[in-house]
Design a binder for this molecule. Structure first.
Ligand SMILES: *[C@@H]1O[C@H](CO)[C@@H](O)[C@H](O)[C@H]1NC(C)=O
Ligand SMILES: *[C@@H]1O[C@H](CO)[C@@H](O)[C@H](O)[C@H]1NC(C)=O
Ligand SMILES: *[C@@H]1O[C@H](CO)[C@@H](O)[C@H](O)[C@H]1NC(C)=O
Ligand SMILES: *[C@@H]1O[C@H](CO)[C@@H](O)[C@H](O)[C@H]1NC(C)=O
Ligand SMILES: *[C@@H]1O[C@H](CO)[C@@H](O)[C@H](O)[C@H]1NC(C)=O
Ligand SMILES: *[C@@H]1O[C@H](CO)[C@@H](O)[C@H](O)[C@H]1NC(C)=O
Ligand SMILES: *[C@@H]1O[C@H](CO)[C@@H](O)[C@H](O)[C@H]1NC(C)=O
Length: 409
């Protein structure tokens, strides 16, 4: 063996040690977001921690806490549910039902001002007080790690700055050091956007992916009322009719963007929505094709009560009932269903489209699947099997071993 081969071998060994699981085989991740507001939904919509399936997920993430930008500590945003009603502790007690579960707390979300994160990462002493507060918080409630959901570093329209991209890496580096020092196996994960410009402005992809345990791609909400037409929001592949501005907005290309930017496939967890995005069409519009013009968001669901979005259980209960008169169609290229009736149009995921996404994940050697979110699946079995969509995650990923990445860097 020549000198150069020895050097290569040495480099490989050191890298493998430094990045831990990145170069070894691992079991797949089934990542399930839990929301602390779904407990307040009416009737059968109510979803509390007692409804969480502890046998179908590997990671469950409690959403959301925030950032206190006065003393740079963890901010409890829904203290009535999280603390007074014991939400945090009920959640972490799920470990008693399945000791192999990892129960993380998620910080940020769309509702949290990006400017607070920007201020936090900008100074070393702020990062240190924050990390100290996170460590105390994880001990106090018994969480197994932190999921970072800053939307988004470097996004000036969300109060970010150009310095965020570098500073965010410092935060994750320092968190990693602090967590490793505790020796509890605490994880650090991240929920990430998939638009190329947002990535370029705020994410040092190779550095982040090396430090993080997993990266959850928010591969949904790729289309919505902002487009001005009706469309499915988590198409797997590009559709022929898409113009240059929309051509990359599909799951396949978006996860590939992370991979091609330097994130190993076995760190990438593919997000799948358990909700649909809905639209209202004008009463005179009888063209229900993908891309048909809209007048606005779809009507709110009975239980989720939000214009423009419907839980899977709200959709399946409607479209399966023939007497209600819905028509279900299939986006042949995007590999997802949509349905319509009168002025209402919804693009969503069903058992068939989720199965296709699981096949895609396994074919690509990705790390697993993530869902937003548990409370939107058919958890009462209104349309058949209880938690039909999550069961498809489990049946496909439970016995899938994530391969070693084929590229070394
Ligand atoms: C714990 O969760 C895993 C999935 O991550 C599942 O395979 C296992 O059966 C569960 N164990 C129990 C006791 O529920
Ligand atoms: C943030 O921390 C300060 C100082 O500890 C505290 O007075 C304030 O109430 C906190 N803010 C919120 C919104 O909890
Ligand atoms: C926590 O569990 C207790 C006991 O089961 C229950 O009374 C309470 O409502 C739960 N709170 C939340 C927020 O889940
Ligand atoms: C940006 O900051 C302003 C002023 O503090 C605030 O009103 C606004 O909600 C913030 N924007 C976002 C997207 O958080
Ligand atoms: C229906 O709308 C689609 C999308 O705008 C368009 O391509 C198609 O030509 C329309 N069909 C008819 C019959 O007008
Ligand atoms: C179908 O919808 C009708 C009208 O709302 C309702 O009476 C019936 O119970 C529904 N059937 C099922 C199987 O849910
Ligand atoms: C994995 O599990 C599924 C259902 O749980 C089963 O159909 C499939 O045969 C299993 N595959 C392997 C390789 O064991």
């Amino acid at each position: 063996m020549g000198i150069s081969a020895r050097l290569l071998l040495l480099t490989f060994t050191l890298t493998a040690v430094a990045i831990g699981t990145a170069n070894s085989e691992q079991s797949a991740r089934i990542v399930c977001y839990f929301t602390d507001w779904s407990i307040n939904r009416p009737g059968i919509g109510r979803f509390g921690s007692e409804n969480i399936p502890t046998e179908l997920c590997t990671h469950i993430l409690y959403s959301f806490i925030g950032v206190n930008d006065t003393d740079w500590s963890v901010l409890v945003k829904n203290s009535e549910v999280d603390i007074n009603q014991n939400g945090f502790r009920n959640f972490t007690q799920l470990k008693e039902k399945n000791s192999s579960l990892k129960l993380l707390v998620s910080i940020g979300g769309w509702g949290e001002d990006g400017g607070k994160f920007s201020g936090l990462v900008s100074l070393a002493e702020r990062r240190q007080s924050f990390i100290h507060s996170v460590v105390e918080f994880l001990y106090e409630y018994g969480f197994d790690g932190l999921d970072l959901d800053w939307e988004y570093p470097g996004a000036t329209d969300r109060n970010g700055t150009a310095a965020d991209k570098g500073n965010f890496v410092y935060l994750v580096q320092e968190l990693r050091t602090a967590f490793d020092a505790e020796g509890k196996g605490w994880e650090i994960t991240i929920a990430v956007p998939v638009a190329q410009s947002i990535l370029e402005d705020g994410y040092n992809v190779p550095a982040l992916c090396e430090l993080l345990d997993a990266v959850h791609t928010m591969t949904y909400d790729l289309h919505g009322t902002w487009d001005g037409y009706a469309d499915v929001h988590s198409p797997l592949y590009k559709r022929d009719y898409e113009d240059a501005a929309h051509a990359k907005l599909n799951v396949h290309d978006d996860v590939a963007l992370w991979e091609n930017s330097g994130c190993p496939a076995n760190k990438l967890v593919v997000g799948v929505p358990f909700y649909g995005r809905s639209f209202t069409l004008s009463a005179s519009n009888h063209n229900y094709s993908l891309g048909t013009p809209i007048t606005g968001a779809g009507n709110p669901g009975t239980y989720t009560e939000e214009a423009g979005a419907l839980a899977y259980y709200e959709i399946c209960a409607q479209v399966q009932n023939a007497s209600l008169g819905w028509t279900v169609e299939w986006d042949d290229q995007g590999k997802v269903p949509y349905a319509y009736k009168d002025t209402q149009w919804v693009g969503y995921e069903n058992e068939e489209s989720v199965q296709i996404k699981m096949d895609f994940i396994k074919e690509k050697g990705y790390a697993g699947a993530m869902t937003w979110s548990l409370d939107l699946d058919d958890f009462h079995g209104l349309c058949g099997q209880e938690r039909a969509l999550l069961h498809i995650f489990y049946n496909n990923l439970n016995n899938y071993t994530v391969p070693k990445p084929t590229t070394s860097d």
